[in-house]
Design a protein around this ligand. Structure first.
Ligand SMILES: Nc1nc2c(ncn2[C@@H]2O[C@H](COP(=O)(O)OP(=O)(O)OP(=O)(O)O)[C@@H](O)[C@H]2O)c(=O)[nH]1
Ligand SMILES: [Mg+2]
Length: 323
């Protein structure tokens, strides 16, 4: 039985790493379902990865992320690159329509074997979505893609976490009126290596570009040692204006990483530390769910009697799990 599983796993790993799209898609479905039995596969696949350029695209709902990604895919396909897109749907399980809409808008590339487009639903697994996204990226990264694009709505903590799996992050904004600019938070330029003002056909677009440039210059002066100064690109994803420039800036950012091994390494270190922390948190969570109740059942009496307290109990359980 175990040998069979090992053989099956080995053939899945071989298929995925050879670029078998269906095998990759099936694994992502298992990740979505929370199938824990794929852990050995993910371990093997991670070791085969690290070659693709992972680009995160985030921004407010409706900013034009999917439209922009579709344009980038077309641009890179034109250069003969193989591109995968992972659209992480952060919305509640009730809005499957958004996923379908993405499929339709991105549908231009269906039938092209050099492109893989996949939406991943959250299914309400709060907190688990970033981990699931990381697992899916592990699968895609073991396949022979040149670029992996990850789309997520930039609203909550969860989405920011997902962007930590990317090497280069593109943050989309839409043109802002004066009041929006006044209200914009100082942290608006916190995440993002490249800023995009999409819907460049809007009259406020140029003003928004200048505003973002100012915000970046301000925060950049505080971190003058950084080897990368985030540019702001104006695009019009609907008709493709600015896409070539954006693609060029993405290339430049990867080139800056390649030219500064220290910079690239510190980013990679941060990413891996984050990934390990996320997995650790996940394991602890799983373990508490699976084994927590019996332990707790046996432990609550002294707490009820106030002979001990929940803090001491948590410390004790933590020690037991760590040991
Ligand atoms: N005027 C204008 N509309 C645009 C542009 N780019 C995208 N849109 C429109 O904006 C709407 C949202 O585009 P999407 O690409 O779905 O945006 P999104 O950020 O992926 O949306 P969510 O994934 O739902 O957060 C669509 O109706 C697009 O046609 C643009 O450059 N100009
Ligand atoms: Mg979208």
């Amino acid at each position: 039985m175990n040998n069979d599983t090992d053989r099956d796993n080995a053939s899945i790993v071989a298929a995925v790493s050879a670029g078998d799209i269906r095998a990759g898609a099936r694994l992502i479905t298992r990740i979505e379902r929370g199938d824990e039995s794929i852990a050995p596969l993910l371990k093997a696949l991670f070791r085969l990865g690290g070659k693709a350029q992972i680009v995160g695209v985030t921004g407010p709902p409706g900013a034009g992320k999917s439209t922009l990604i579709s344009r980038l895919v077309a641009h890179w396909r034109g250069l003969g690159l193989r591109v995968a897109v992972l659209a992480i749907d952060p919305s509640s399980p009730f809005t499957g329509g958004a996923v379908l809409g993405d499929r339709l808008r991105m549908g231009d590339h269906s039938g092209d074997g050099g492109v893989f487009i996949r939406s991943m639903a959250s299914r309400g697994q709060l907190g688990g979505l970033a981990k699931a996204a990381g697992d899916a990226i592990t699968v895609l990264d073991a396949m022979p893609w040149d670029v992996i694009l990850v789309e997520t709505v930039g609203v909550g903590q969860n989405e920011t976490e997902i962007m930590r799996h990317a090497s280069v992050v593109v943050l989309l904004q839409t043109p802002m009126g004066g009041d929006d600019i006044q209200a914009a938070k100082a942290g608006i330029t916190e995440i993002g290596d490249i800023f995009v003002v999409n819907k460049g056909d809007h009259p406020e677009a140029d003003r928004t570009v200048r505003f973002l440039q100012d915000m970046i210059s301000l925060s950049h002066r505080l971190h003058a040692e950084k080897p990368w100064h985030p540019p702001v690109v104006k695009t019009r994803a609907l008709n493709g204006d600015g896409i070539a420039e954006l693609a060029q800036q993405i290339d430049r950012c990867f080139a800056a990483l390649a030219a500064n091994p220290g910079f690239a390494r510190s980013r990679e270190t941060e990413r891996i530390k984050h990934r390990v922390t996320e997995l650790l948190r996940h394991q602890l969570d799983q373990r508490l769910r699976a084994n927590g109740s019996p332990w707790l059942d046996a432990c609550v009496d002294p707490v009820i009697a106030r002979e001990t307290d929940p803090y001491a109990l948590a410390d004790e359980l933590f020690q037991r799990m760590a040991g």
